[in-house]
Design a protein around this ligand. Structure first.
Ligand code: ATP
Ligand code: PRP
Ligand code: MG
Length: 290
C-alpha cells in the first residue's frame, strides 16, 4: 500500500478535483487534514503544505506526493518525478517563477540588476543560485508573502511566482527574467519507485490521474457517412491514431468515430456536415488511457 501527501492551498482544489475525476476521491471533512481514498492500493493520505511535501517524500514518510516544480527544486529534495500534471491554481497550464522590477526601471533583463540589490523572495535558494550564476552579488531577503508589495521601498526587485500576471501588474512591476516554469508534479520516493510492488501501485494511480489530464479539452465525435463521401470526411478528421470506421448494416453508410480537440469543434462540425456527414454526435470524454 502507498501513502500519499496532497497539497493544501493553491493546488488543493485542482488536486481534489483531479483525484475525484480519476475515481480516487479524497474523502475528508472541512478542516480535516487526514483523509482517505477508497482504493485497495492506498494507505494513509495527508494534506500538507506543498513547500514541505518534496522533503517528506524524499525522507520516505510518503511514497507519493503532489507539489510544484518550484518547491521540488527549492527544497533540493531528491525525488522521482513520475508525471507533470500540468495545472496551477487557476487550472491547466504552467506557472513561472520570475524576476520582476518596477515598471519604470530601465533593466531589460536580470543581468541589468545592480550589485548589492535587495531581492525579496519566498525562494531564497533558487534566487541565490540564479544570481550567483549571473555573477551578481545580491542581498536575498526571505519573504513570507505579499512579496510584490515590498518594491521599491523594502526591496529593489522580487523573485516571485506568477500565473495570470495580474498581481505583478497591479503592483507596478514588470518581468525581466524567468527563472523556471513550474507545474504540479506527481513525485515519488526513490526507494518506493525502485520497489516493484509499490512501483506498480504508483503507476496504476498515475495511469488514472493522467487519463483525466489527457482527456481534458477532448471530445469524441461520431457520425454516419454515405460510402461515396467517406474519403472527403476522413480527410477532415483529426484523431488519436486513425479514425474508427465501420460499416452500417445494409445501408450504404459508414459509421465513423474519432477523438478531437473541443476547441475547434465549432468549425469542424459544419465542415463535416458539408462533406456529407449525417447523425453527428459529440460526446464528452472523462478519461483517455493510451
Ligand atoms: N496562482 C498561484 N499562486 C500561488 N501558487 C501557485 C499558483 N498556481 C500554482 N501554484 C503552486 O502552488 C504551490 C504553492 O502553494 P501554496 O498553497 O503555498 O500557495 P499560496 O497561494 O502561495 O499560499 P498562501 O496563500 O499561503 O501564500 C507552488 O508549488 C506554486 O507553484
Ligand atoms: O500571477 P497571479 O495570477 O496574480 O498569481 C501570482 C500571485 O499569487 C501568489 O500570491 P499568494 O496569493 O500566494 O499570496 P502571497 O504572496 O501572500 O503568498 C504569488 O506569490 C503571486 O503573488
Ligand atoms: Mg503564496
Amino acid at each position: 500500500m502507498i501513502n500519499i501527501a496532497i497539497p493544501k492551498g493553491s493546488l488543493q482544489n485542482q488536486t481534489l478535483q483531479l483525484f475525484a475525476q480519476a475515481g480516487l476521491e479524497i474523502k475528508r471533512t472541512e478542516r480535516e487534514y487526514n483523509a482517505r481514498i477508497d482504493d485497495p492500493r492506498v494507505g494513509k493520505v495527508k494534506i500538507l503544505r506543498p513547500q514541505e511535501i518534496p522533503t517528506y517524500v524524499a525522507k520516505g514518510y510518503f511514497d507519493l506526493g503532489i507539489s510544484g516544480t518550484d518547491w521540488v527544486v527549492e527544497s533540493g529534495a531528491v525525488v522521482v518525478t513520475v508525471a507533470e500534471l500540468d495545472y496551477g491554481k487557476q487550472g491547466p497550464g504552467k506557472v513561472k517563477v520570475v524576476v520582476a522590477v518596477p515598471e519604470a526601471q530601465r533593466a531589460a533583463s536580470a543581468k541589468d540588476i545592480l550589485p548589492g540589490s535587495r531581492i525579496s523572495t519566498e525562494y531564497p535558494n533558487l534566487t541565490r543560485k540564479f544570481f550567483a550564476d549571473l555573477g551578481i552579488p545580491v542581498e536575498v531577503e526571505n519573504s513570507f508573502g505579499a512579496t510584490e508589495a515590498k518594491v521599491p521601498e523594502l526591496a529593489d526587485a522580487v523573485v516571485d511566482l506568477t500565473e495570470t500576471g495580474s498581481t505583478l501588474v497591479k503592483n507596478g512591476l514588470k518581468i525581466v527574467d524567468v527563472i523556471l516554469e513550474s507545474t504540479s508534479e506527481l513525485i515519488a520516493n526513490k526507494n518506493s519507485w525502485a520497489d516493484p510492488e509499490k512501483r506498480e501501485e504508483i503507476e496504476a494511480i498515475e495511469t488514472m490521474l493522467f487519463a483525466v489530464t489527457r482527456a481534458r479539452g477532448k471530445v469524441l465525435i461520431a457520425l454516419n457517412v454515405p460510402e461515396d463521401r467517406i474519403e472527403e470526411v476522413i480527410a477532415l478528421l483529426p484523431s488519436m491514431k486513425r479514425p474508427t470506421v465501420s460499416k452500417l448494416y445494409n445501408s450504404g453508410f459508414y459509421a465513423v468515430q474519432s477523438v478531437v480537440d473541443r476547441s475547434g469543434i465549432n468549425l469542424l462540425i459544419p465542415l463535416l456536415k458539408k462533406a456529407g456527414a449525417e447523425d453527428i454526435i459529440e460526446v464528452a470524454i472523462s478519461k483517455i488511457v493510451p
